[in-house]
Design a protein around this ligand. Structure first.
Ligand code: A2P
Length: 283
């Protein structure tokens, strides 16, 4: 006769988090040697608006003198939409970066620190109502838009959403390309947002350092009118167009000038207007 082992209390109890505000990694995908995305458990009490960011990180190395450890935190846009059960993030790997040199090695089951205080300006509340919404991203600046293209309000509020993403090479576009494809084929999203919602979404990827169907910085393509010709649009006007920008400091500065040149004014949560900007945070 086989002896049945009793289930011990200890095996039924979940592992106690060892970090403050700990969340558990559920999935990690490496897109290139510079880019990866990961998903973590979502604190039950965390509410956020699609497009916002939170502080996440790991425990730092012990101080050589005191032996004390402090959390090493950076701002990360939440790449998943507000309705998702988990939280997704999209990150660069900086080989000598204090956080991402270590964060890039996380695996499912590991824990990260997540401060549950979401903030940010890339939210629908910071824009006045309009007809066409532009998302301008470079590199990992795509993350807040990964959230917003899965947000029903985006499709409820606008007739057309133009998502531009400029990267150095084709491989760096892959996270965004696949996400757009998944959004277009997602039956649950179609149920949530209405059949045909994805027809409103126009994806406009460009590369600057590798040959691809569309080449050049989005700023240059706006200034010389290429993007308008490609999309059959007359131009950007404050009456109909709204924009959200997320990229390097250079992109943000250049696009601000271009958008202001079209007559758009910068908005904020407390004072909505025609465009909003957030820098893409790097670890
Ligand atoms: P470029 O290759 O011409 O520098 P990075 O990987 O360095 O964050 O850059 C991501 C993408 O953003 C690259 O394609 C880069 O183009 C582009 N980029 C950098 N600065 C600007 C800017 N001021 N305006 C538009 N695109 C920019």
């Amino acid at each position: 006769m086989t002896e049945l082992k009793p289930v011990t209390q200890a095996s039924a109890v979940k592992a106690t988090p060892t970090l403050p505000d700990a969340q558990t990694v559920t999935d990690v995908k490496h897109w290139t040697d510079r880019l990866f995305s990961f998903r973590v458990t979502r604190p039950q009490t965390l509410r956020f608006r699609s497009g916002e960011f939170v502080m996440i990180g790991l425990m730092g190395d012990p101080d050589p003198k005191t032996g004390k450890q402090k959390p090493l935190l950076r701002a990360y846009s939440i790449a998943s939409p507000a309705w998702d059960e988990e939280l997704e993030f999209y990150s660069i790997k900086v080989q000598d970066g204090p956080l991402t040199s270590r964060l890039q090695h996380i695996k499912p089951g590991d824990q990260i620190i997540l401060r549950p205080k979401p903030v940010g300006t890339l939210v629908h509340d910071a824009l006045l109502s309009g007809k066409r919404l532009w998302f301008f991203a470079t590199g990992t600046g795509f993350a807040p838009f990964a959230s917003l293209i899965r947000e029903p309000q985006t499709y409820e509020d606008y007739d057309q959403i133009i998502l531009t993403h400029t990267c150095r090479d084709v491989a760096e576009l892959e996270y965004g390309r696949k996400l757009v494809e998944d959004v277009r084929n997602d039956e649950m999203l179609a149920e949530l947002m209405g059949e045909g919602f994805a027809d409103k979404l126009v994806y406009y990827p460009t590369t600057t350092r590798e040959q691809s169907p569309r080449m050049g910085r989005v700023t240059d393509l706006l200034e010389d009118g290429t993007i308008f010709r490609d999309l059959g649009i007359d131009g950007i006007t404050p009456e109909t167009d709204r924009a959200m920008v997320c990229g390097s400091i250079g992109l943000n500065t250049d696009l601000k000038k271009i958008l202001e040149g079209f007559g758009l004014r910068e908005g904020a949560n407390s004072d909505p207007a025609e465009y909003v900007v957030e820098k893409a945070f790097v670890g």
